[in-house]
Design a protein around this ligand. Structure first.
Ligand SMILES: Cc1cc2nc3c(=O)[nH]c(=O)nc-3n(C[C@H](O)[C@H](O)[C@H](O)COP(=O)(O)O)c2cc1C
Length: 326
């Protein structure tokens, strides 16, 4: 079994994480990830209220006795959700690990630690990773430019971002963005990470609670089938290419403002894609990893395949690479 200090710190068998995913990070997926020995995160804001999150945590516990966490994504908003109440719900439910994302975790770390919750902070740049380490998080998950969702504005891919972060961090670090298989896991370890985080791969598994048409589209898509929306607003998100995401790019590139695309990019429309399988109903997140995904395995198959491929790569291929005698 492949094990790293990440596994020890966060109490999981495999150095593999399923990051928070809006509308997707529900008990069905997260319990399957936990049962497979990896670390899954329920997505707090997928639940309409903190009380609903408490119920979802209980539902997930009925499906697995293995540890799992909750993602709390804190983004600037005109009408913000009650973040403090979600935070209390996480702590009072006895959850052991939280994945924070979106904003500086400084103000939340003391509360989580006082409640016995370890913090894995997800960020997109070396400077934010170092800041998170300095405010006491237990681990960092660093998203390269390849990732689905918010890659930040620096556009540094994992091949440079991960080793650059590794040089500056002493706490466990998870590489994220574009990972789907054992090759990626071995590469991440070689670059100095202690494991990998995946979104798109887990979105396209049997237990992922989204319409089959979404999974078929991910399998059909290539690494070219994403759009970077909201670039001019400096709030970039990498999403699947479809008529809606291309329209959002076009309107903003032509000088439009957020109100001009608000309806097109609404969460309600994106949710329809996942629930109804209407692929052009709205915006849905997917990363460059689409180009490496060609099936819809169960979560257990996906995790087992990654681990065994990584072990095989390390013990056979890499051990077989010899330096030539001069
Ligand atoms: C459908 C979907 C929804 C996502 N929603 C969130 C979210 O709400 N909060 C968050 O922190 N990250 C979110 N992400 C990002 C993932 O947690 C993860 O960081 C990212 O997918 C990694 O890149 P990959 O897709 O190449 O594996 C989402 C990703 C996907 C595919």
């Amino acid at each position: 079994m492949l094990t790293t200090r990440f596994c020890e710190t966060f109490g999981v068998d495999h150095p593999i994480v399923q990051g928070g995913m809006q509308w997707v990070g529900r008990a069905e997926l997260v319990s399957a990830v936990a049962e497979a020995g990896a670390l899954g995160f329920l997505t707090a804001l997928t639940q309409p209220t903190p009380e609903a999150l408490v119920r979802e945590i209980a539902r997930c516990r009925e499906m697995t006795d293995e540890p799992f966490g909750v993602n709390l994504t804190i983004l600037p908003s005109i009408d913000p959700p009650p973040y403090d109440e979600y935070k209390q719900a996480i702590i009072e439910s006895g959850i052991g690990i939280v994945e924070t994302a979106g904003a500086n975790p400084a103000e939340h770390v003391p509360d989580f630690h006082a409640g016995g919750v370890k913090v894995l902070h997800k960020c997109t740049s070396v400077r934010h990773a170092v800041k998170a380490q300095n405010v006491g998080v237990d681990g960092v998950s660093i998203d390269g430019f390849e990732c689905a969702g918010h890659p930040g504005e620096d556009d540094v891919p994992g091949l440079v971002l991960v080793p650059a972060a590794a040089q500056r961090l002493s706490i466990p670090m998870i590489a994220s963005g574009g990972f789907v298989d054992g090759r990626g896991l071995v590469a991440a370890l070689a670059l100095g990470a202690d494991g990998i985080n995946m979104g798109t791969r887990f979105l396209c598994t049997a237990e992922s609670p989204v319409h089959e048409k979404v999974k078929e589209q991910i399998v059909a898509n290539t690494e070219l089938d994403t759009e970077l929306i909201f670039r001019p607003l400096r709030n970039t998100a990498r999403v699947a290419s479809n008529s809606v995401s291309r329209k959002v790019v076009e309107v903003l590139d032509d000088g439009g403002e957020f109100p001009d695309v608000r309806e097109l990019a609404s969460g309600a429309r994106g949710r329809k894609v996942f629930e109804d399988g209407d692929l052009d109903a709205g915006i849905w997140s997917a990363g460059l990893a689409q180009g490496l995904i060609d099936d819809v395995p169960t979560v257990a198959e996906a995790v087992e395949r990654i681990v065994s491929e990584a072990e095989e790569l390390i013990s056979r291929r890499l051990m077989g690479v010899r330096t030539a005698d001069r």
